[in-house]
Design a protein around this ligand. Structure first.
Ligand code: ZN
Length: 140
């Protein structure tokens, strides 16, 4: 059993930036030498999230529209009254998608679907530098 920890860093833009992080994760999986196991991904911070989607402009636009319908930017949020930082919608969006993701490693590769990419979502109302923590676990 091998367990490796790694960190990926991304500079994001404000308001629902969605970044395909699959190439970097795949590179870390290959570099780990793990043949069978999984990679756990986690984004620290309460306005970031991780999910998978087909990373093409139509699907990304649809996802952004769905998120806007679920937690609209321009409605009152109790968080904004309490803290005044104006990102109540960012926290709710991040909570609904969730901060972590687990992907199986099979035969040394991520077991993703052909049209399925891993995406980092940043919902904050200002640009951020985001860390994505990886824990690669499995048999070499
Ligand atoms: Zn806040």
């Amino acid at each position: 059993m091998k367990i490796l920890s790694d960190t990926l860093i991304y500079n994001t833009t404000a308001d629902t930036d969605i970044i395909d992080i699959t190439p970097e994760v795949a590179e870390r999986v290959r570099g780990s030498g793990i043949e069978q196991g999984f990679v756990n991904l986690f984004v620290p911070g309460s306005t970031g999230a991780l999910t998978t989607i087909e990373f093409e402009s139509g699907a990304i636009s649809d996802l952004k529209d769905a998120i806007e319908r679920m937690a609209p930017k321009d409605i009152p949020y109790a968080h904004n009254l309490r803290w005044g930082d104006g990102n109540g919608y960012s926290h709710v969006r991040a909570a609904l998608l969730g901060p972590s993701l687990q992907v199986p490693i099979i035969a040394g590769n991520l077991a993703l679907g052909t049209w399925q990419q891993i995406v980092l979502c940043d919902f904050d109302n200002r640009p951020r530098q985001r860390r994505v923590l990886l824990q690669l676990v499995g048999e070499v």
